[in-house]
Design a protein around this ligand. Structure first.
Ligand SMILES: Nc1nc2c(c(=O)[nH]1)N[C@H]1C(S)=C(S)[C@@H](COP(=O)(O)O)O[C@H]1N2
Ligand SMILES: [Mo]
Length: 322
């Protein structure tokens, strides 16, 4: 993000999939009794396929929670899976092939810091304890492009309950894997690996805050942050940390990855606001991915003010919008 984002003309221009088309495809998949491709692979008498199959595939597609509606068409799956920010695999958008090096099983998640008891749990055990649902959310990157996505996951509030933080905990720090042999981008020593992000506990337990385990009715693809990522739709995209291995509860505000790199441009709160420009560009409008260069007005809190504005009413003396 220190680099200028790619100019529009470098992007593939595929049309957005409308919600109804997407639902039809899901219905078709269901009617055919087909689980996603990985699960079908597991059914074959092929041990290699079985060994690499995603054990969580059986939970997809999850039922859609109709409380969360969009004001625009969903982004095409192809756009969401081929235009990504995942600096662990390179500091540009076209990392989807390289990201296939990410090994997502075995995968454990650790809960530590101010918790009743430190817990390390296998990802599939964790997922099996949670109720997965699908939600349609807008997504706004600080670089002023946006998408609309069908996430699958569970409320982060349920994860916090599972972790059993102590009364004095006020924030949760999240951490991505750190393995430079697997993720070549982590050889770029000038970045403060591993990627870290943080939320206040009120933010983490807000109804909108989702722990994403999938998208487009399937387990999360690697380039989008498999097997577990954060989804906070009212904040700039860099807050939505991918491929999480650790949740650490604390009474001190954590310093996030981009805050460490360039704190004057990428703050802790990073709530979307069209009237507060980034240090180097305006945030007033956004380029809709797959929208043939179309720009739309950016909404305060990315349109989620009803749910989240109250979180910030007592925060004084600092800018909650970058
Ligand atoms: N670990 C990690 N998480 C990350 C990033 C990253 O580079 N590494 N990029 C962030 C940024 S800047 C954005 S916009 C979103 C992009 O998510 P997407 O590729 O699924 O659209 O992931 C966020 N989470
Ligand atoms: Mo971003």
């Amino acid at each position: 993000m220190l680099l200028k984002s790619k100019p529009n003309w470098e992007l593939p221009e595929s049309a957005a999939t409308s919600e109804s088309v997407f639902q039809d495809r899901r219905r078709l998949v269901k009617a055919m009794g087909l689980a996603p491709i990985v699960a079908a692979g597991a059914a074959l008498p092929n041990t290699a396929a079985a060994a690499t199959a995603d054990p969580s595939a059986k939970f997809y597609p999850a039922a859609r929670n109709l409380r969360y509606r969009l004001d625009r068409p969903l982004s095409a799956e192809k756009d969401a899976t081929t235009y990504n920010n995942f600096y662990e695999f390179g500091s540009h958008k076209y990392i989807s092939k390289d990201a296939q090096a990410l090994k997502t099983r075995p995968w454990t998640v650790t809960f530590d810091g101010m918790v009743e008891k430190k817990i390390t749990v296998d990802i599939d055990t964790l997922i099996s304890k949670m109720q997965l649902e699908e939600r349609l959310y807008r997504f706004r990157c600080v670089e002023a492009w946006s998408m609309a996505l069908p996430w699958t996951g569970f409320p982060m509030a349920d994860l916090v309950k599972f972790a059993r933080p102590l009364k004095g905990a006020k924030f949760v720090m999240m951490e991505t894997f750190h393995d430079a042999a697997m993720a070549k981008g982590q050889k770029q020593f000038w970045y403060p690996w591993p990627y870290r992000e943080g939320l206040s506990l009120e933010e983490a337990t807000n109804e909108l805050t989702l722990i994403g385990t999938g998208a487009y009715g399937k387990p999360m693809v690697k380039q989008m942050g498999a097997p577990l990522r954060l989804v906070v739709p009212w904040k700039y995209g860099f807050k939505s940390i991918k491929s999480i291995v650790r949740f650490s509860f604390t009474d001190k505000r954590p310093v996030s990855f981009w805050e460490k790199v360039q704190g004057k441009e990428y703050g802790f709160w990073a709530n979307v606001n069209p009237d507060v420009p980034h240090a180097r560009w305006s945030q007033a409008t956004e380029r809709v991915l797959g929208g043939k260069g179309k720009r739309v007005k950016t909404l305060l809190y990315n349109g989620y003010g009803d749910q989240v504005a109250g979180l910030y009413k007592d925060i004084n003396g600092e800018n909650i919008f970058f």
